[in-house]
Design a protein around this ligand. Structure first.
Ligand SMILES: NC(=O)c1ccc[n+]([C@@H]2O[C@H](COP(=O)([O-])OP(=O)(O)OC[C@H]3O[C@@H](n4cnc5c(N)ncnc54)[C@H](OP(=O)(O)O)[C@@H]3O)[C@@H](O)[C@H]2O)c1
Length: 354
């Protein structure tokens, strides 16, 4: 069995589940260092099974370099072609540097990603802007567009944009290939407007948080909140998201419902959770974080079944009983003083540059 593909309107193709590499960044794992030999093994296995697209970022310390080492190994095979795997990185200028961002700085970060990844062109660069109050967002996106015209970038995309600011980029003539946003049973803020805008403007969504850092799995069925110690920075975040959406008891009820549906298809809870997102409007793909080779074979089974209309409706009716997080996508994360913002690192690039 192979991972399904998604083809964009310009014929660019990716796997419908991307291999997420935030999990590889320095400090992400809270329960000890990763076994990077096992992660590399996972990369080879994923690629063999059609999971050919990787998601990383300029600010995921060490992740671009690790993918670059994988690409270098692949290049030793004379039959390997660069287009056989796709790399989606991000351009995340530091919060404190936003007002100073210019073409030269932007180009230097893109060149650094190219060098780290051992590539001649970045397939997709997803643009992130920490603070809409700081001027320069549209100008900075236009530098990426220019770098695309110069051949350093294949596609310009965005991440963590809300509807209004994505529209500003589109209205300014920036060609946006995709929009990466958090989307799961616990976080449906995209449904307030961004999803409809993306659908109407042929900007497919690439969704992260699909498994809520791994909490959407049978491992947590029947667990009390007090028994949980987060193992990753990702889980620190999703504990907040669960608390403010379904709450622990709603989450546990959801796991039971997912298990019932999963059993019917002969799959696991995590596969049903991913299919739910993949079967929503405007969704091209989901990103699932990789920390080891344990889940590779399980995740292939995402493509072994589809949820029926009735199952989708049951799940939708269940989550509709609970509040959607306030605001547009990433609004809480941008709000000064919010617990969502307080756990984020917003100034990484400049430290790295120094
Ligand atoms: N644009 C942004 O701002 C942004 C933000 C966050 C994430 N992302 C992207 O999205 C990726 C995913 O990150 P995330 O935080 O949303 O995490 P996630 O994908 O929801 O969760 C990843 C964790 O799920 C567990 N897992 C994977 N497959 C599983 C399976 N079949 N069964 C049970 N558990 C499974 C693994 O945990 P164990 O290995 O520990 O079991 C893994 O570390 C990141 O790597 C990054 O590329 C982007």
């Amino acid at each position: 069995m192979q991972a399904e593909k998604y083809t964009f309107s310009d014929n660019y193709r990716i796997s419908r589940v991307l291999n997420g590499c935030w999990q590889l960044s320095l400090g992400h794992s809270l329960n000890g260092p990763l076994d990077f030999a096992d992660v590399k093994k996972a990369f080879y296995q994923l690629r063999e099974r059609g999971f050919t697209t990787f998601d990383c970022a300029d600010i995921y310390t060490g992740a671009e370099e690790f993918i670059g080492s994988f690409i270098s190994e692949l290049k030793q095979d004379p039959d390997f072609r660069e287009e056989d795997i796709q790399i989606h990185t991000k351009y995340v200028p530091d919060l404190e540097y936003l007002s100073k961002v210019d073409y030269g700085f932007t180009r230097s970060i893109i060149e650094r990603s190219l060098q780290r990844l051992n590539k001649k062109q970045l397939d997709v660069v997803q643009f992130h802007w920490w603070d809409y109050e700081v001027d320069g967002m549209v100008a900075t996106a236009s530098y990426l567009q220019q770098l695309k015209e110069e051949g350093l970038i294949g596609h310009v995309s965005v991440t963590n944009f809300d509807t209004e600011h994505l529209r500003m980029l589109v209205d300014a003539g920036i060609e946006i290939t995709s929009c990466q946003a958090q989307y799961s049973f616990f976080d449906r803020r995209v449904e307030k407007g961004l999803q409809a805008y993306c659908l109407a403007n042929d900007i497919p969504l690439i969704c992260y948080g699909t498994l809520a850092g791994g909490f959407l799995s049978s491992r947590y069925l029947g667990k009390q909140r007090e028994e949980i110690t987060p193992e990753t920075r990702s889980q620190v975040k999703y504990l907040q998201v669960i608390e403010d959406s379904l709450g622990w008891s709603g989450y546990q009820q959801l796991l039971k419902l997912l298990e019932e549906i999963a059993e019917h298809h002969g799959v696991a809870i995590s596969q049903v959770a991913t299919r739910f997102v993949l079967q929503q409007q405007a969704v091209a793909a989901a990103v699932i974080g990789v920390r080891n080779s344990r889940h590779v074979d399980d995740n292939v089974r995402i493509f072994s079944f589809s949820l029926t209309e009735e199952e989708l409706n049951r799940l939708r009716e269940f989550v509709d009983r609970y509040p959607i997080l306030p605001g547009e996508p990433f609004e809480l994360e941008r709000t000064i003083g919010s617990k969502y913002r307080n756990i984020m690192h917003m100034n990484i690039n400049e430290e790295e540059q120094a």
